[in-house]
Design a binder for this molecule. Structure first.
Ligand SMILES: [Zn+2]
Length: 273
């Protein structure tokens, strides 16, 4: 089949197209599904540990470290660290204890802002209690779903609590990264991502409109591809009213059957030819 024949077949082959409301509804459902699929893919494939994300394209990081005064008679220096790092569609907050005689620290508060455990962690910081937690948010372009893990103590290598679906090992520390599928919605990101992907799906569903416009430009019936004579206001093959492509509007507009000047090429004509 030659290219010309293919184009001809493409233009002359009518396909039924669902109404706009159905296409919009389908696009929204698929847009939401795509948002979740992208977030879960990121959650599965991006480890989320600082080591694995460090230096990658789009990487950014905020770190707050507070040195805790060394207890008398001890040579150990205890420190508390909160790291917030982002890379492409994944954002992670690591809260790393312990806190001994700790003091409230403003930047720690700022770094847990926006996490689901922010309130609880702020109280712990203010009381100077040990706090070890890990939170991740996934989604592109905006994080849309989140998950979290907590450890009962700083030295624990086992996650004591998981909010989300744990995919990898439970025997990890915060710096190992935790592999889990996020289930909690971040509504702003969920809505923005869904609208973006729904627009792409809707554009895909509307490819038929592009074919219709191409047909009209070639003087064919937009509906069935039948060649129309200049004076026809209705297709003699399928009976659909003739819509014309106009350069001014860039889209099809209904042809006026009133002949009022040189621009009105179509004069009223009886149905059929
Ligand atoms: Zn037609």
């Amino acid at each position: 089949m030659s290219n010309g024949t293919r184009v001809q077949a493409f233009l002359s082959n009518p396909i039924p197209r669902p109404p706009t409301v159905v296409r919009v509804a389908a696009a929204i459902v698929l847009g939401a599904a795509t948002t979740v699929a992208v977030a879960w893919s990121l959650a599965y494939f991006v480890n989320g540990s600082l080591n694995s994300m460090y230096g990658a394209p789009g990487f950014s990081m905020d770190v707050a470290v507070q040195l805790i005064s060394t207890p008398p008679g001890s040579t150990e220096v205890d420190l508390e660290e909160v790291t917030r790092h982002r890379c492409w569609g994944t954002e992670v907050v690591e809260v790393w204890g312990p806190v001994i005689n700790g003091q409230p620290y403003g930047s720690l508060h700022a770094l847990v802002e926006g996490t689901s455990f922010a309130g609880e962690m702020k109280e712990k910081f203010d009381r100077g209690e040990a706090a070890t937690a890990w939170w991740r948010a996934d989604g592109w372009p905006i994080p849309a779903l989140r998950a979290e893990a907590r450890w009962s103590s700083y030295a624990d290598t086992g996650v004591s609590k998981v909010v989300g679906v744990l995919v990898g090992s439970r025997h990890v520390m915060p710096t190992d990264g935790v592999r889990m599928l996020p289930l909690q919605p971040i509504w702003s990101g969920l809505v923005i991502d869904t609208v973006l992907y729904a627009s792409l799906w809707f554009a895909l569903f509307s490819m038929g409109d592009i074919r219709t416009i191409l047909r009209r430009r070639r003087g064919l019936c937009g509906h069935c591809g039948y060649r129309l004579l200049p004076e026809q206001s209705r297709c003699s093959e399928c009976g659909q009213p003739r819509l014309r492509f106009t350069k001014k509007r860039g889209c099809a507009s209904r042809v006026h059957t009133k002949s009022s000047g040189p621009s009105a090429e179509i004069s009223p004509s009886p149905h059929g030819a």
